[in-house]
Design a protein around this ligand. Structure first.
Ligand code: GH3
Ligand code: MG
Ligand code: MG
Ligand code: MG
Ligand code: MG
Length: 323
């Protein structure tokens, strides 16, 4: 909640500080076949801090769009070469893999051709500038577009950051319990649909309290982090690993069951024992559960079964796998 409030005030503050600072940094793409007009625009944009790459044809602009990211493109309608400015706008917006697909586009034309202007906007140009142009209007439109794009990018990055924070356990970098429930439920439902077997391990460090009590909380944290590394290294892509509690971890194995799941669990147990996290004697007990070929399990049912098996592993002496 604190982070979300921050995001809102951040956007406001950012708007104000952008207003204060006239200059931008970054690169503008200019596609204009009239050299005097191109020079006029270049000089105006350079005065507000943008570097300008200028081209006279859509074809030459398209090439550089594959390798460079632009803050804005200014595109004339009638150009040298086969492709018009309209065609170029269409190419940019249609290229879903393109690094500049979302770049702001300011279209320019001397023609009073309303139909063409509408078509340009429909194809994804964000704004239109009539020629002959005033420098003040050019600069004002460019500034608005670059600023808006920057704000959108920044809030996108913040959202992504928050999304990662919300799903990750900070100490170990594994998924947290909350996100595990979500992702595991989805992955299990999907596996059931495709009749793919799944297994779930619940893993708990043995006598972890003793480590904390004798060596301190930081030593305990190191053990947790290194145990998590062992778990990560043991997992394949597609497996899901999470820290679900203090010293409890869960691993969901997709398409691994029976003897292979038991082997995985035993290998993981032995790997942690021999790797000696933080240089200490650390062992884990593991409960293992499977769906038994019925393809009707849920995360809750698997977790319950694996947790019961873990309890058995603890009861029968620890440092072992029970399924
Ligand atoms: P058992 O073999 O039965 O699992 O014994 P145990 O000592 O591992 O289990 P218990 O549940 O009694 O103790 C778990 C301890 O984990 C207690 C708690 O202080 C500690 N703990 C929980 N979260 C953290 C953490 O983030 N860092 C550290 N260092 N310790 C933690
Ligand atoms: Mg032209
Ligand atoms: Mg424990
Ligand atoms: Mg315990
Ligand atoms: Mg525990």
């Amino acid at each position: 909640k604190y982070e979300l409030e921050n995001l809102a005030t951040y956007v406001e503050q950012r708007l104000r500080s952008e207003d204060a600072a006239l200059k931008f940094s970054g690169r503008a793409l200019l596609v204009e076949d009239s050299l005097p007009v191109a020079r006029f625009i270049r000089e105006a944009l350079e005065r507000i801090g943008l570097r300008v790459d200028a081209f006279t044809s859509a074809e030459s602009a398209l090439e550089v769009l594959n390798t460079r990211t632009y803050q804005i493109a200014l595109i004339d309608v009638l150009l040298e070469g086969q492709m018009s400015g309209l065609g170029l706008v269409r190419e940019i917006r249609g290229d879903s893999e393109g690094r500049n697909q979302q770049m702001p586009i300011l279209a320019m034309s001397s023609m009073e051709d309303v139909a063409r202007r509408i078509e340009l906007l429909r194809q994804g140009a964000n704004d239109f500038l009539a020629k002959p142009m005033f420098e003040e209007e050019l600069v004002a439109r460019v500034r608005n577009m670059v600023r808006l794009k920057r704000l959108l990018d920044e809030s996108e990055a913040q959202r992504e950051h928050l999304r990662r924070l919300a799903m990750t356990d900070q100490l170990t970098g594994l998924y947290n319990r909350h996100y595990l429930t979500e992702i595991a439920s989805r992955r299990i439902a999907e596996a059931n649909r495709h009749r793919i077997p799944v297994s779930l391990l619940v893993l708990d460090i043995d006598h972890f309290k003793r480590i904390n009590d004798s060596l301190g909380h930081d030593a305990g944290d190191s053990v947790l982090a290194e145990t998590a590394s062992n778990i990560k290294d043991a997992c394949r892509e597609g497996d899901v690993a999470a820290r679900t509690g203090g010293e409890e971890f869960v691993v969901l194995l997709i398409n691994t069951a029976g003897a292979r799941a038991a082997e995985f669990a035993e290998r993981l147990r032995s790997r942690i024992e021999t790797s000696r996290p933080a240089g200490l004697d650390v062992t884990v007990s593991i409960g293992l559960a499977e769906d038994g070929g019925r393809h009707d399990c849920t995360f809750a049912s698997l977790f319950k079964a694996a947790d019961a098996a873990l309890y058995q592993a603890k009861e029968s002496g620890r440092n072992r796998v029970v399924s």
